[in-house]
Ligand binder design. Structure first.
Ligand code: B12
Length: 216
């Protein structure tokens, strides 16, 4: 995404030019660009940064700084996304978390803030959440939907472990489960017996609405 002056935000994120990126975010907000669109553009930058990491062009410190940059941009975007929700409706409760062994929480934060804006109550357990904790909180909060995020091939199986743990605790029938994150897809959701897969924040919102029986 570029603005009139040809600013390439993907490249700016990759090069960790934080001040320029944050100025760009403020400019986009001032120009009434939908905040979620701005967040997705920044996320495209992180995706390219991730590719460069995989190719050995950048290293862990750059990933860390890229994550921090995104977090700072979300401090500007989060309130705008929530405010874009307008009048508060209560559509249901969603319990959200990144599975055990996985520290990637930027994606689930973006999904959580989008769901909140749409009128869901969201309780986030953060990252590196063991299956037992998901079970405990599901029993306590009785959410309509449980959202599980995983970004690593080494942690995706933990999404299946949570579903099995819910089953073992007798909680599976009352809780719809949606999975997401860079390594998940519809086939994976089917394989582990999830009720849905969400590709991004908007897709996640639409799928969760469908799970709780809202069709608009
Ligand atoms: C930033 C980042 C980090 C940061 C995370 C900071 C943080 N607080 O989250 C840090 C530096 C900690 C990190 C560490 C590591 N990372 Co990393 N990281 C990334 C990077 C560049 C961006 C991820 C991101 O935040 N994207 C932006 C958000 C908005 O997008 P998202 O998470 O995909 O979420 C969207 C969707 O997936 C979806 N979604 C996500 N969750 C959910 C949940 C539900 C319910 C729904 C509906 C939807 C949904 O909606 C979101 C919004 O659109 C990715 C690259 C990539 N392509 O993903 C690599 C990447 C995920 N990391 C990778 C690796 C290898 C690692 C490390 C193992 C590196 C190392 N050797 O130490 C460690 C692992 C640490 C751990 N135990 O978790 C690999 C994973 C490869 C693989 N397939 O397993 C990637 C793909 C980079 C690469 N190409 O090699 N990383």
């Amino acid at each position: 995404m570029t603005n009139g002056s040809g600013f390439d935000v993907v490249e700016a994120v990759c090069e960790l030019r934080e001040d320029e990126v944050l100025d760009w975010v403020e400019g986009q907000l001032a120009a009434d660009v939908p905040p979620l669109e701005i967040a997705e553009a920044l996320s495209g930058g992180l995706e390219v940064l991730g590719q460069r990491f995989a190719e050995g062009i950048v290293f862990i410190p750059e990933l860390v700084l890229g994550g921090e940059l995104f977090g700072r941009a979300m401090e500007l975007l989060g309130p705008a996304i929530e405010a874009s929700g307008g009048e508060m409706k209560r559509l249901g409760t969603v319990l959200m978390g990144t599975v055990k062994g996985d520290l990637h929480d930027l994606g689930q934060n973006l999904v959580s803030v989008t769901l909140t804006a749409a009128g869901f109550k969201v309780v986030s357990l953060g990252c590196d959440v063991p299956p037992e904790r998901f079970v405990e909180e599901t029993a306590r909060l009785k959410p309509d939907v449980l959202g599980l995020s995983a970004l690593l091939t080494t942690t995706m199986q933990a999404q299946g472990d949570v579903i099995e743990a819910l089953q073992a605790a007798g909680l599976r029938n009352g809780t719809r489960v949606i999975v997401g994150g860079a390594v998940a897809n519809q086939r994976w959701a089917d394989e582990i017996g999830a009720d849905a897969y969400g590709a991004d924040a908007i897709d996640g919102l639409n799928k969760i609405k469908a799970l709780v029986g809202i069709n608009d």
